[in-house]
Design a protein around this ligand. Structure first.
Ligand SMILES: CC(C)(COP(=O)(O)OP(=O)(O)OC[C@H]1O[C@@H](n2cnc3c(N)ncnc32)[C@H](O)[C@@H]1OP(=O)(O)O)[C@@H](O)C(=O)NCCC(=O)NCCS
Length: 160
């Protein structure tokens, strides 16, 4: 809508899209961990095509990887022309959320059990990105072997 533009030719304000991505990905994270989660990091974002007033913005998010208390969520954004139905790929982002308990401390989350070939591929890629992300942040990743297989495993990745 016009209120979402940056004032230059009816193009969507980039910060607005970042907010929508954050909300969409947070919903997927919260559905996986069953409670509150905060955004710990957002990886690189490239805006490939402008989104214009009247376009429908389609956001899809999926939990790719679950650690002990954190989750990587992938969010894909497309625009859809409501007249033709034509879709264009706009951007994708990887976000990390940390589940918090009532006192605001990181809490353990259910493990993610990738089932399909695609889910396994996403899981392996996310694990690699997690290592790189934490290394860039100057933090050592917790040994994956320490991540417990909790009783309440969530099967396929959660979608929002
Ligand atoms: C995110 C936050 C809770 C992490 O706290 P912390 O003291 O670093 O916690 P820990 O060291 O125990 O790490 C907790 C998890 O976060 C992950 N993490 C910490 N910093 C991270 C970063 N910069 N990027 C990605 N993951 C990160 C750790 O790898 C760990 O994951 P794991 O348990 O799955 O192995 C804390 O930094 C925070 O509250 N940040 C502010 C969040 C915020 O205000 N967001 C915007 C509004 S929603």
């Amino acid at each position: 809508m016009p209120t979402h533009t940056n004032g230059v030719g009816g193009v969507l304000f980039g910060g607005m899209l970042v907010q929508w991505i954050d909300v969409c990905a947070a919903v997927a994270a919260m559905r996986h961990c069953g409670g509150a989660a905060v955004t710990a990091s957002i990886d690189r974002l490239d805006f490939l095509v402008p989104i214009r007033v009247g376009d429908v913005v389609v956001l899809q998010a999926q939990v790719n990887y679950a650690g002990r208390t954190s989750m990587e969520v992938g969010c894909r954004v497309e625009t859809e022309d409501p007249r033709s139905g034509e879709r264009r790929y706009t951007t994708k982002a990887y976000l990390t959320f940390v589940a918090l308990d009532a006192s605001g401390k990181p809490r353990r989350i259910p493990a993610l059990l990738p089932v399909t070939r695609e889910e396994k591929r996403r899981h392996a890629s996310a694990e690699q990105r997690r290592r790189e992300r934490l290394s860039l942040a100057g933090k050592a990743p917790r040994n994956e072997a320490e991540v417990p297989a909790l009783g309440r495993r969530r099967k396929a990745a959660r979608r929002a």
